[in-house]
Write a protein that binds this ligand. Structure first.
Ligand code: ZN
Length: 274
């Protein structure tokens, strides 16, 4: 004769209860306060920052929708709901942020997929930065969404990811083509042979860094504005399916752009025609 189901159930309840509260465990209080929205979980430490953090979540959701539409993520799958929400960790100040993460003083924010420090998709930053909502937040969200969509370990030019990450940064789109026009006319742009292979990490020359970011955004904008969002979505989908950068260009822009060399030519010509 077996045990009555009610007794088994009771046993399980006691067992699970016991398992979740180990003997002698002290109550370790989570120093973070948590607020959630559909796709994000914000963690912060100061109660008086609650309203500010609600704004962060509202803006994050706006960016999520806009970025998803641009890269075709919304047609794919709603990845970031429930327990897969992206965590936004906000330290009270730069000091606490640098101390906890070990990042250098100049670092303002960080997006991670899966590291020893953070197991979930996480954006780490600190409160009180003027450009957090308009620049840092959309930039880091775009990186995470693109990595999630296209997959890890793809060898893509860094400029493409950085150009994409700047699309939702406020004000940049309007200025960048005006800035790049004279640079391209003077032939001072970065030639694609090197543009395609450089990673800007570690570069100390601020002018080079600024040019790299401006040119990255300019080329991505050119693709989007000249050939439209549907072709851009096709391009991202080809990348996701594991095709090379050039192959993806060829398939998304048939008989228009056959390689990144051709992309360079067309991008330069676009300024010459203005
Ligand atoms: Zn970036």
């Amino acid at each position: 004769m077996g045990l009555h189901p009610a007794i088994i159930l009771l046993f399980w309840c006691i067992f699970l209860g016991a398992a979740s509260v180990p003997a002698g465990a002290t109550d370790v209080k989570d120093p973070f306060i948590e607020l959630t929205s559909e796709h994000f979980r914000a963690r912060f430490t100061m109660e008086d920052e609650r309203t500010q953090v609600q704004t962060v979540l509202r803006r994050a959701e706006d960016y999520y929708g806009r970025i998803a539409d641009k890269i075709g993520y919304s047609r794919y799958q709603d990845f970031w709901t429930w327990d897969r929400r992206v965590v936004i960790m906000l330290y009270p100040d730069q000091y606490a942020y640098a101390r906890f993460t070990g990042f250098p003083q100049w670092s303002k924010a960080y997006a991670s997929r899966d590291t020893r420090l953070f197991r979930e998709h996480t954006i780490v930053s600190y409160n009180g930065q003027d450009n957090f909502l308009d620049e840092i937040l959309p930039h880091e969200i775009t990186h995470l969404m693109f990595w999630d969509y296209v997959g890890q370990g793809k060898l893509l030019p860094v400029w493409f990811e950085e150009g994409l990450a700047q699309l939702e940064e406020s004000g940049k789109k309007d200025q960048v083509q005006a800035i790049m026009g004279p640079i391209v006319s003077a032939g001072k742009q970065i030639p694609f042979d090197s543009f395609n292979v450089i990673s800007i990490t570690g570069e100390k020359d601020e002018i080079k860094v600024s040019l790299f970011y401006a040119q990255s955004l300019s080329v991505v904008l050119f693709l989007l504005e000249k050939y439209g969002n549907d072709a851009f979505i096709r391009f991202c989908r080809e990348l996701r399916d594991g095709r090379s950068f050039d192959d993806s260009l060829r398939r998304a822009y048939p008989s228009i752009i056959g390689s990144s060399k051709e992309l360079e030519t067309r991008w330069i010509r676009h300024f010459q025609q203005q």
